[in-house]
Design a protein around this ligand. Structure first.
Ligand code: ATP
Ligand code: MG
Length: 569
């Protein structure tokens, strides 16, 4: 590729509306152009990176036995009605009507379309297992599109769906996908971790997310300091602490006129947050109040709360008026003593002795409250979000929390869609059974941004080799004035192409400084500078993007040197 004919559109200015470094650098290097919130054009340079990611993903999916197809972006509402998601999906689903007033949506994911396909295509267990994948544009009307293509509304996903006769076959494919994902992220040169993830309302079965660790990540991941345990904090279990033996003291009420929060209680009344509890009210599935009790310094994990039998899903917090009617007190003075609602206590709160809690009377709290003696009816559950320093649920070490960007997700769906949509096969005994399914996603375009989060410096992007839009850029100095430079550059360019190296030549009419800066900003792994002075000495200058100094390489061996560097990477 000659840059004189390639639209390089770099800029020096940091775009004001780009918060994270990857978004800034993608705009500055001219990889993407925004046309509306969360909607971008991939410029030629950016598209090369996307294609590189796609190529690795496609190869490894095929190596793992998946077969490619391409499903439509526009999907009829009927399929979504069959699965029940036309109602459930909410405003992230972009709905539209055709000229006949029929309902359609833009595919945010393709379980419905693929299940419908499998239902008509696959009738017998003999054709199972099968794993279909596609690499395709998705649309989700995200509530908060941000960070450029990291959380956009239109994005490219690799999605795969597998069909099986039974759970054992699903598990085999699931772990094969787990392995394929690890190979993909290794080949792309990314720092990632597979982490255990929430399976949502389906529950029971397995799910893993693949996260790239980065400060700008939107997920918190819990890691053990002593094992390779890793889980999304949405899921990570808070263990039952060992109870401390302590004498129960007499229950006392005390005035707390300016303590509506745990912080205020700590500040004005010298009550450590860890020895007080807070009581939150939610609704159960029937709309009745349920009190959820946590230690003062812990946070409610809504996903865990939703999974408790009988609790509303999605979780609904109770209205203050309803709470006041039931307890006699306003928010800030609530507690479990004397309540006649259902009470669910987090494990960590359940081992406290002589704790402080609201007295269900405005501006009053209890001191020395105790489970059993003062609160007779309660259940204990894992309700809180784990924090750094908690014992790891794997039994070894303590938890550390780091931010992660979710770039992949594998999921055992079971028979959720096949049952709803009646996708059955005849099994070995001639009996009709719903197919067991798995689904496997990779955020192709999100990976491009996440890779930059992990690989950049003050001068710009540093592409991992497999993702780089070009492996090497030749920068001839004064090509139009020097015959020797022009000949050397053209020969080298042609030879590198023959050797199969993805090479570009910066033959633009720009100053060398501009070319060097662009090459760094665009993150090209290697740069070869060809100038008259060094040619007189029989050498060209080769500089790796991560190197601080250039090395002189003899002109005759420069092509082999570049081709070799590609092999080594
Ligand atoms: P998130 O929690 O980040 O919203 P998700 O659970 O909705 O992700 P999936 O439905 O599992 O995501 O989609 C598969 C993959 O698609 C994700 O792992 C992610 O890499 C990518 N992805 C999802 N939403 C977006 C988006 N808005 N922009 C870019 N990539 C996305
Ligand atoms: Mg999402």
């Amino acid at each position: 590729m000659r840059f004189s004919r390639f639209p390089i559109s770099t800029t020096k200015e940091t775009p004001a509306d780009a918060e994270v470094i990857s978004h800034q650098l993608m705009l500055r290097a001219g990889l993407i152009k925004r046309i509306a919130a969360g909607i971008y054009t991939w410029m030629p340079l950016g598209l090369k990176v996307v294609r590189n990611v796609e190529r690795v993903v496609r190869e490894e999916m095929e190596n793992a036995g998946a077969v490619e197809l391409s499903m439509p972006v526009v999907q009829p509402a009927e399929l979504w009605e069959e699965s029940g998601r036309w109602e459930q999906y909410g405003p992230e689903l972009c709905r539209l009507k055709d000229r006949h007033d029929r309902d359609f949506c833009l595919g945010p994911t393709h379980e419905e379309v693929i299940t419908d396909l499998a239902k008509t295509e696959i009738r017998s267990y003999k054709r199972l297992p099968v794993n279909f994948f596609q690499i395709q544009t998705k649309f989700r009307d995200e509530i908060r599109p941000r960070f450029g293509v990291m959380r956009s509304r239109e994005f490219v996903m690799k999605d795969a769906y597998s069909f099986h006769e039974d759970q054992a076959s699903l598990e085999e494919t699931y772990w094969r996908m787990h392995e394929a994902y690890s190979t993909i992220f290794d080949r792309l040169g990314l720092d990632y971790r597979p982490v255990e993830a929430d399976t949502g309302s389906i529950g029971g079965s397995h799910s893993h997310e693949f996260h790239m660790l980065a400060e700008s990540g939107e997920d918190d991941i819990a890691f053990s300091t002593e094992s390779d345990f890793a889980a999304n904090v949405e899921l990570a279990e808070g263990l039952m602490p060992v109870a401390v033996e302590q004498e129960a003291a007499a229950l006392e009420v005390f005035d707390t006129p300016n303590a509506k929060t745990i912080d205020a209680l700590a500040k004005h009344y010298d009550v450590p947050a860890a020895s007080s509890i807070k009581t939150l009210f939610v609704e159960d599935a029937k709309g009745e109040l349920v009190a959820l009790v946590l230690r003062g310094d812990h946070q409610l994990n809504e996903i865990k709360a939703e999974k408790i039998e009988g609790i509303s899903q999605p979780l609904r917090m109770a209205q203050e008026t309803a709470v006041k009617n039931a307890t006699g007190a306003s928010f800030g003075s609530l507690g479990p003593v004397g309540l006649d609602t259902r009470v669910v206590v987090d494990r960590a709160a359940s081992v406290l002795v002589n704790f402080v809690c609201g007295a269900n009377e405005d501006d009053k709290h209890f001191r020395n409250a105790n489970w059993g003696r003062d609160v007779k009816n309660f259940e204990v559950a894992d309700l809180r979000t784990v924090v750094a320093g908690d014992p790891s649920p794997c039994g070894k070490g303590v938890l550390e929390i780091k931010r992660g960007i979710e770039v992949g997700h594998i999921f055992q769906l079971g028979t959720k869609y096949s049952e709803a949509m009646n996708a059955t096969v005849l099994d070995q005994n001639g009996k009709s059974v719903p197919m067991t399914m798995g689904c496997y996603g990779i955020g192709i375009t999100r990976i491009v941004a996440a890779a930059i989060e992990q690989n950049h410096d003050e001068n710009g992007i540093i592409w991992p080799g497999a993702m780089a839009p070009f492996w090497v850029v030749l920068i001839p100095l004064g090509m139009d004035k020097s015959e020797a430079v022009a000949t050397a550059a053209e020969t080298m360019y042609a030879d590198l192409k023959t050797a199969g190296v993805n090479v570009a030549m910066d033959d633009r009419k720009e100053r060398p400084g501009v070319k060097f800066a662009d090459c760094e900003l665009m993150g090209i792994p290697l740069r070869v500078t060809i100038g008259e002075r060094s040619l007189n000495e029989g050498v060209v200058e080769v500089q790796g993007r991560r190197d601080s100094e250039a090395t002189n390489v003899a002109l005759e061996s420069a092509v082999a040197f570049v081709a070799d560097s590609l092999k080594k990477h």
